[in-house]
Design a protein around this ligand. Structure first.
Ligand SMILES: Cc1cc2nc3c(=O)[nH]c(=O)nc-3n(C[C@H](O)[C@H](O)[C@H](O)COP(=O)(O)OP(=O)(O)OC[C@H]3O[C@@H](n4cnc5c(N)ncnc54)[C@H](O)[C@@H]3O)c2cc1C
Length: 468
């Protein structure tokens, strides 16, 4: 049988694979995508970003309804359980799949359903779910096979009360109590979702602070609001044994403590999808986390094979994976790519309740580097728009250079923080003198808006240096 020949074969249809495939096809190349799942979109669409954000939006709506003075009297009659939220999330997933399938169809990118394995640097074997085998040949290959939750030995993930972030979407009940083990971004987001759904939540952190890569003031606020909302946070705990029976799950910790709850969500680490994909045959090394090492152009040690997205490790974000895919395809096809992903300028969007977003260094990092910075704060509770919408929890914090007034970092938490951040990011990414605190002081903002927080924070910081 003849082996179809492609300019580029992409493995995986998550944001990394999609970005790569779309860039290559727009450059008039013959492109194929191999996806082992029946529907395109990757973990991002089916188990990660999209479902978790849809669940969060759903629960946020329920909370708003329950708390709103106009609906308070009728709200108690409506109960919403976790399976209801999942149904809502599934509708969003279906829409996303439809949109993404359209991209491949319209651009004539062939999508092969099956498990890809490299036979050599130019030949890929596809084993379809129906048991057939096909072979594709390609000038260049881009691996975007993503990652999956890490499953430690000794935890029985087949037990109906033990879940990870992939399987939680199939939980058929609403637990009265749930333990989330791992307080990284995914753990904190799910702790917020379950607490706001009315579950009693234990959030177990293996470290001493929540999300320690964030600014201290922001993580303090997150810890305060999670606790204020009823989440029990345990820092510095390490599990020794997980025991599950028909009625619940008990975690025994090395500290001697014990927590029992109706369900366990294990959210502690991820591993790259690289097993059985022929990397040993082609000579691409895989590290202990299942990840592939790449250079600044996303090239592996084999010059025509690139890798992008979660399978190459940090920052492990859908937002970054898409750009990495485009940049890798550009370099593969043209031998150069002028744009680089500047990891330090990638914003963080964390959809806890309250939401968190930031770009740029923390106060501690600036202090360590001896940068003379000043801070401007705006508390949401003082903004007219926040008072009108009732979303008064939150703060915008601008870090700026005392002498040049250049914006150095933006840290925000509260309603719509992930959106609000981008206003400041647009100014912060300009070259001097356009990147200046004065932009926010001298520009008229719509009123009332949440964006007004920038004016308030800028004035707060500016007045602080001027009153010295
Ligand atoms: C709960 C959760 C919430 C998240 N929230 C956010 C968020 O809010 N914002 C954000 O930016 N990021 C978020 N992320 C991270 C984001 O989902 C990932 O960074 C993103 O999905 C990575 O994209 P990718 O293209 O590398 O891989 P993936 O999206 O994982 O896609 C990889 C694809 O490759 C396929 N594949 C694997 N092996 C093979 C093979 N051998 N043959 C064929 N196909 C194969 C898989 O089936 C999959 O479809 C979240 C993740 C999780 C788990």
């Amino acid at each position: 049988m003849e082996t179809p020949r492609y300019d580029v074969v992409v493995i995986g249809s998550g944001p990394g694979g999609e970005g790569a495939a779309m860039k290559a096809v727009k450059d008039d190349r013959k492109v194929a995508v191999i996806e082992r799942m029946p529907r395109v979109g990757g973990a991002c669409t089916h188990w990660g970003t999209i479902p978790s954000k849809a669940l969060r939006q759903g629960v946020d709506r329920v909370m708003e309804f329950r708390k709103h003075p106009l609906f308070r009297s009728v709200a108690h009659a409506h109960t919403v359980g976790f399976p209801d939220l999942v149904k809502y999330a599934n509708r969003v997933i279906d829409k996303q799949v439809e949109v993404r399938t359209g991209f491949y169809d319209r651009n004539r990118v062939e999508v092969f359903e099956g498990r890809a394995k490299l036979l050599d640097a130019h030949t890929i074997q596809v084993e379809t779910s129906g048991g057939n085998t096909e072979w594709l040949s390609a000038k260049g290959v881009i691996i975007a096979s993503g990652s999956r939750p890490y499953r430690p030995p000794g935890v029985d993930f087949a037990h109906p009360r033990i879940f990870d972030s992939d399987t939680i979407l199939a939980m058929p009940f609403t637990p009265e109590t749930i333990t989330v083990y791992g307080a990284g971004v995914i753990g904190c987001e799910y702790a917020s979702i379950f607490r706001n759904l009315g579950c009693k939540v234990n959030l177990v952190n293996t470290r001493e602070r929540l999300l320690s890569f964030l600014d201290d003031e922001i993580t303090d606020a997150l810890a305060y609001h999670l606790r204020d909302n009823g989440v029990v946070i345990r820092h510095g705990e390490e599990v020794e044994e997980v025991y599950a029976d028909d009625n619940g799950v008990t975690l025994h910790f090395k500290s001697g403590k014990r927590i029992r709850s109706d369900a366990l969500l294990w959210a502690n680490g991820r591993t790259g999808n690289t097993d059985g994909m022929g990397f040993d045959t082609v000579g691409i090394p895989i590290n202990s986390r299942g990840q592939i090492a790449v250079d600044e152009h996303y090239r592996t040690v084999v010059p025509n094979i690139y890798a992008v997205g979660d399978v190459v490790g940090s920052p492990s974000l859908a937002s970054a994976a898409y750009d990495q895919g485009r940049f890798a395809a550009t370099h593969l096809l043209h031998g150069e790519c002028e744009t680089r992903l500047d990891v330090a300028s990638i914003p963080t969007g964390i959809y806890t309740m309250p939401e968190i977003s930031s770009v740029g260094p923390t106060e501690a990092e600036l202090t360590a580097k001896r940068v003379p910075y000043e801070v401007g704060h705006a508390l949401f509770r003082n903004l007219a728009r926040a008072q009108i919408t009732g979303h008064t929890t939150g703060m915008l914090k601008l870090l700026f250079h005392r002498e040049t007034l250049e914006i150095l970092a933006i840290h925000c938490f509260g309603y719509q923080a992930a959106e609000i951040l981008h206003i400041g990011q647009a100014i912060m990414s300009q070259k001097a003198p356009a990147n200046s605190l004065l932009y926010f002081i001298n520009t008229t903002f719509n009123y009332p808006t949440m964006a007004e927080a920038y004016r308030v924070a800028a004035l707060n910081g500016f007045n602080r240096i001027n009153s010295e």
